[in-house]
Design a protein around this ligand. Structure first.
Ligand SMILES: Cc1cc2nc3c(=O)[nH]c(=O)nc-3n(C[C@H](O)[C@H](O)[C@H](O)COP(=O)(O)O)c2cc1C
Length: 281
């Protein structure tokens, strides 16, 4: 019996994300048990950048629900993510979770390549902004294997299934989860499969998913990206992920080495400054 975790990135109960995730699970041909979690229900504090979670001995030091969600992901055999577009990007609960992603490196061996499918739901056709990129980035950060991710449309709760089209997509996503990955029908980054690019000067281009850059050419009316891997990959393979983990751990040694210089730089900004503070700290 496979353990599937359905991560719902929408605060709306029985909304489009929830029913889409449930629909995907209903079409899985493998025996499974689905456990759902609504990410916005969990208290996920902002990462404070202390790097302690990388040590392997200590877990994230923040006292909140992050480890509960992390453990559920580590423990699952596969993931279904459904997240709505809010203001041209995935709902912020996803980004808040991604920001805590350093903690996943301690579990790299367990999570690497865990099968995952992700669906972003936007209310207006074409107005999903960066939602697909955000989903793909989420899977890279948690070191999961993205079998297929896509965007579907539906604004009112339930509208995603107003016609049968999106149910077919749910069927496809279900078969991709434990089957072969579905390929995108558009030109993608040859390094990571991302389809979002920033165009730079002189025909240079950077993939917004893996951050690698290269050039593009137009061949027979098709755009072709020629992108090279950099020396510093962090999510493109289990070995690279482990290498990045070691590099991050080396930050502590680099900090100790540079501590005096850095202190000098920072001291210039230590005087009294006016801060607006929240009511309760
Ligand atoms: C605050 C807010 C911002 C939204 N921003 C966008 C947007 O930028 N683009 C879009 O297409 N839909 C946008 N929507 C619509 C939702 O993506 C859409 O209703 C979706 O189905 C919500 O999923 P849910 O039912 O699971 O909550 C927004 C909705 C809300 C509440």
């Amino acid at each position: 019996m496979k353990k599937i975790i359905g991560i719902i990135g929408s605060p709306r109960k029985l909304g489009n994300c929830e029913i889409m995730a449930k629909e995907i699970s209903m079409h899985l041909s493998v025996p499974h048990k689905l456990k759902l979690l609504r990410l916005s229900d969990f208290n996920i504090l902002p990462c404070k950048g202390c790097y302690k979670c990388l040590g392997g001995k200590e877990r994230c030091v923040l006292d909140d629900d992050f480890n509960l969600v992390l453990d559920s992901i580590v423990d699952a055999d596969a993931l279904i993510l459904a997240v709505p577009t809010y203001f041209l990007g995935a709902n912020s609960c996803l980004k808040r979770f991604i920001d805590r992603g350093l903690a996943f490196y301690a579990f790299a061996e367990k999570v690497w390549g865990k099968p995952a499918v992700g669906v972003g739901i936007a209310g207006i056709k074409g107005k999903e902004g960066s939602t697909l990129l955000d989903i793909e980035n989420f899977f890279r950060v948690i070191l999961a294997g993205n079998k297929y991710s896509t965007i579907v449309y539906g604004a009112l709760p339930g509208e995603v299934f107003i016609d049968g089209k999106n149910k077919n997509i749910a069927v496809e996503m279900a078969s991709a989860l434990f089957g072969s990955s579905l390929q995108k029908k558009v030109t993608c980054c040859p390094v990571c499969g991302g389809d979002t690019f920033r165009f730079l000067e002189d025909n240079n281009v950077r993939c917004m998913l893996c951050s690698n850059s290269g050039t593009y050419v137009v061949r027979e009316d098709n755009i072709v990206f020629e992108i090279d891997k950099s020396d510093h990959e962090f999510c493109s393979g289990s070995e690279e992920a482990l290498k990045h983990r070691e590099w991050l751990k080396g930050m502590v040694a680099r900090f100790i080495l540079q501590r005096k210089n850095l202190k000098k730089i920072r001291q210039a900004y230590m005087d009294e400054w006016v801060w607006i503070k929240p009511k309760i700290l």
